[in-house]
Design a protein around this ligand. Structure first.
Ligand code: FAD
Length: 458
């Protein structure tokens, strides 16, 4: 059946649903297409379930440490059924909210199925043919399955399937020391599994500065998480009823036997089944759809928003993509992706939050810079909470005195970092923060203090 609309929105990720509602509210006739779970990755298999499970893992960790606080709880056990049930309730509430919101939006028609281009202005969804002059792709990404010996014959988990485990892995090997792998590694260790992290690189969280990798390693060591870095020739093997990972490292056993393997080696954009050629769009070598600063693809009228454009890999970047295209189309704004200041968090516990440039990036510019650094052992709130891993680090342009970037790695860091980010968006010098009075006792309170003690970045 043929249908004609003002816009087609493909994918109920973090940009699509808000965009569809906003366009429909402005009087556009919108077709919305989702093939699987409303809410996409963040709600179903990303942020929401993992942060719910990180909270369960934190509760277990704190309960085990309770004697440090003068509280005696007895033996701590983790009920994986209950952990999963709690997570599932949070996820399904969020998912149902997204779906209901779309299905009850006036001017918005929801289609269920996989959308693929038939021309630059038409997409097929099952037996339906949708036509519109403007099309938005919010198709997201999925876990990458690496080309690795044994991957076809040995059972493994991904960041999606591990969320449905009802049993406690006796020994979980996490292949990949990026954000996703590290979160699951600490979480399952705290649930009670033996955990080994394996990576071919030389350090954990390779996208972070080296000081961050060192602290993450200290945290993992303190919790008994084994780490095998510089691992060459990683491959999967069967070991009777178990699984094994073979690796060649400078030190350590060349083979680790375990009960479960998690492959956490990156994400692949869901662009392969869109038939992009019919829209005259050629994805890059990794499958990402190139966009300009306004998120338009090389074909006028077609926009790619969220993870599939390769310009962000987070919920907040996807949501910001929605804001950019909606404001530009409906409010005649000229918002651009390049106006966005990078911001991210790694949700191990304590969390690491970073905004702006890293120290390595600042160094690479070769421009004179200042750095303020304070360990969490010198932050009274962290001491009082008994959580002193981490540090605050802020980088400032030596000439303009503007903040270039900051890291708050430590308890409450994911919240505290926002005052640095806001000062950066305000385009004010660091003195904006040094002259502001923050609440005591907080982690954010030490951000002005850190800036009062800037030293040249050597
Ligand atoms: C384990 C994990 C933890 C994460 N934690 C965080 C975090 O703490 N903070 C954070 O900011 N980010 C986190 N992320 C990343 C975050 O989930 C994504 O960046 C975010 O969901 C944005 O995705 P999106 O909007 O691009 O699309 P997605 O949310 O991936 O949604 C895309 C949707 O499109 C649908 N679709 C795809 N192709 C088609 C098609 N052809 N036709 C119809 N429908 C289609 C899919 O079914 C899906 O529902 C995490 C990711 C993972 C995997």
């Amino acid at each position: 059946m043929n249908h004609s609309f003002d816009a087609i929105v493909v994918g109920a990720g973090q940009a699509g649903p808000s965009l569809a509602r906003r366009l429909a509210g402005a009087g556009w006739k919108v077709a919305f297409v989702e093939r699987h779970l409303f809410g996409g990755t963040c709600v179903n298999t990303g942020c929401t379930p993992t942060k719910a499970m990180v909270a369960s893992a934190h509760a277990a960790h704190l309960a085990r440490r309770s004697a440090d606080f003068g509280v005696h709880t007895g033996t701590v056990t983790v009920d994986m059924h209950a952990v999963k049930a709690r997570k599932d309730t949070i996820v399904s509430n969020a998912r149902n909210g997204v779906e209901k919101g779309l299905r009850t939006t006036k001017n918005c028609t929801v289609f269920t199925g996989t959308a693929a281009f038939e021309s630059p202005t038409a997409m097929g969804v099952g037996d339906d043919r949708l036509e519109a002059p403007t099309i938005f792709l919010n198709v997201g990404a999925r876990p990458t399955i690496p080309i690795m010996p044994g991957v076809d014959s040995v059972p493994f988990l991904t960041s999606t399937t591990i969320l449905d485990l009802e049993e406690m892995p006796e020994h979980l090997i996490v292949v990949g020391a990026g954000y996703v792998g590290l979160e699951f590694a600490q979480m399952f260790r705290r649930f009670g599994s033996q955990v080994t992290v394996v990576d071919k690189g030389s350090r954990l969280a390779p996208h972070e500065d080296e000081d961050a990798s060192k602290v993450i390693r200290e945290i993992f060591d303190s919790e008994g998480i084994a780490v095998r870095v510089d691992a060459n020739c990683i491959h999967l093997e069967r070991d009777s009823s178990k699984v094994a990972v073979g690796l060649e490292c400078n030190e350590g056993e060349p083979r680790i036997v375990a009960s479960h393997i998690l492959l956490a080696v990156g994400r692949t954009p869901n662009t392969g089944d869109l038939n992009l050629a019919a829209a005259a769009i050629t994805p890059d070598q990794h499958g990402y759809i190139s966009v300009d600063d306004y998120l338009q693809t090389t074909t006028p009228g077609i926009f790619a928003i969220g993870d599939c454009n390769g310009r962000g890999a987070f919920t907040h970047t996807s949501y910001n993509d929605y804001e950019i295209v909606a404001d530009n189309l409906l409010d005649h704004a000229s918002r651009r992706v390049s106006d966005r200041i990078p911001a991210h968090a790694l949700y191990i516990d304590p969390p690491l939050a970073g905004v702006g440039m890293s120290e390595a990036e600042v160094r690479a510019t070769g421009k004179p810079a200042l750095v303020g650094y304070r360990t969490m052992t010198r932050v009274s709130r962290a001491i009082e909470k008994g959580e002193t891993f981490g540090y605050i680090k802020i980088l400032v342009d030596a000439e303009t005195q503007h903040i270039l970037g900051g890291t708050v790695f430590g308890t409450g860091g994911d919240e505290a970092v926002h005052c640095i980010l806001t000062a950066m968006y305000a385009r004010q010098p660091a003195s904006l923060l040094t002259h502001s009075v923050h609440i005591h006792p907080t982690v954010a309170e030490l951000i002005p203090t850190t800036l009062e003690d800037l030293k040249p970045l050597q």
